[in-house]
Design a binder for this molecule. Structure first.
Ligand SMILES: [Zn+2]
Ligand SMILES: [Zn+2]
Length: 371
């Protein structure tokens, strides 16, 4: 049995605690990854209400393949990999290359166990939840299905800490634009809420040739960054008395595409009322604070508009992550502008900095010089 260091959350009101866990043996189709970096996403904090505790969180792991189980043909020890979101690999959605709609997505993401119900790790002999997104990357090692791994060519210079920004929030924001909305050039988009997801949508929209990109937020410094990353217009909702009127002045016929990542009821209303006839509004929201949104379905009906959930931006991660990396390598997708790196030992500090808005995308560095 192998043991390794990991961050465990024991109770909702407690911070993460550094401890040692005992890893299970690999099962067929699995890979053991030695982590070099991991992104931190809001779901790592919010999921404490969903995943049975104690639990190891983390779902944007990057590292090297340390061991492979039977049935794994595509990966070998030493391969540089990015761990992506969880999917079963065999349901009709997975077979049709739409793992973001996997029938078992919720269970595989939040149950804390493998698909077969077994635990991937224990603490002092007791099973704990350590298959968050089928990876639990806040640890030195993670057991993960090979089918969720995106390979990164050794020739690419991009640092592991930047790779760790890609698999969830950045994939989601960029995916909404590139895959869910399918931008090909000339579109108009408004993004409400410019955190990691919103800013990634803006970077992708610029990369794909959108004509107009509006950023709406209440934080002036985020709007300034949004402008640098591609927003053609910014609206500070804390200072603008009527966001809808301002948008309709800019776009008299309304906006064909709107992404709301704000989690704010007023922003949700404004976003919906800014839609053009036949427009599409995608909503990306966390389980907490679980604010109840009042809305009139007639606002959608009279615009013949569509309200859509966001699920990983409808992007097949093992293909879209390498595509975004190639955008970055060409200087067309400056994800480094979003990332702040912390040592592995500073998980709680990194989360606090993210929650306060001081940093946009925290990433933990697990390499030896960053203990
Ligand atoms: Zn599936
Ligand atoms: Zn996430």
């Amino acid at each position: 049995m192998m043991t390794c260091e990991a961050w465990v959350r024991r109770a909702k009101e407690l911070p993460f605690e550094r401890t040692r866990i005992e890893l299970d043996e690999l099962r067929a189709g699995e890979v053991l990854v030695e982590l070099t970096a991991t992104g931190i996403c809001h779901m790592d904090v919010e999921a404490k209400d969903i995943v049975p505790l104690p639990a190891v969180f983390g779902h944007e792991g990057v590292g090297r393949v340390a061991r492979v189980a039977s049935g794994v043909q595509d990966f070998a020890i030493g391969d540089r990999v990015v761990m992506t979101y969880a999917a079963c690999g065999s349901c009709s959605h997975c077979r049709e290359r739409a793992p973001y709609h996997c029938d078992d997505s919720w269970e595989l993401t939040f149950s804390g166990r493998r698909g077969d119900g077994s635990a991937t790790a224990r603490e002092n002999g007791e099973p704990i939840s350590a298959a968050f997104f089928q990876q639990s990357s806040f640890a030195r090692y993670a057991i993960t299905p090979a089918r969720g791994l995106a390979r990164v060519a050794p020739s690419l210079k991009i640092d592991d800490t930047l790779l760790a920004a890609f698999p969830c929030g950045v994939l989601t924001g960029a995916g909404v634009v590139a895959r869910q909305f399918g931008f090909s050039g000339g579109e108009a988009l408004a993004v409400f809420g410019v955190g990691a997801v919103g800013l990634s949508a803006i970077m992708a929209a610029r990369k794909l040739g959108a004509r107009s990109i509006v950023a709406v937020d209440v934080r002036a410094e985020r709007l300034a960054l949004a402008k640098e990353l591609g927003a053609t217009h910014v609206i500070n909702a804390a200072e603008e008395p009527d966001v809808v009127a301002r948008l309709s002045h800019l776009f008299p016929r309304g906006l064909p595409f709107v992404l709301d990542t704000s989690g704010n009821a007023n922003a949700f209303q404004s976003a919906m009322r800014s839609l053009a006839t036949g427009g599409r509004m995608a909503v990306c929201i966390l389980p907490a604070p679980m604010e109840d949104f009042q809305f009139k379905p007639f606002e959608l009906f009279k615009r013949a508009a569509a309200l859509e959930a966001v699920s990983f931006g409808s992007a097949e991660a093992i293909r879209f992550v390498p595509e975004m990396i190639s955008w970055y390598e060409r200087g067309e997708f400056p994800v480094d502008r979003l990332v702040t790196v912390f040592p592995f030992s500073n998980l709680n500090e990194a989360i606090a900095a993210s929650e306060s808005g001081a940093v946009i995308k925290p990433v933990l560095d697990l390499r030896p010089q960053f203990q």
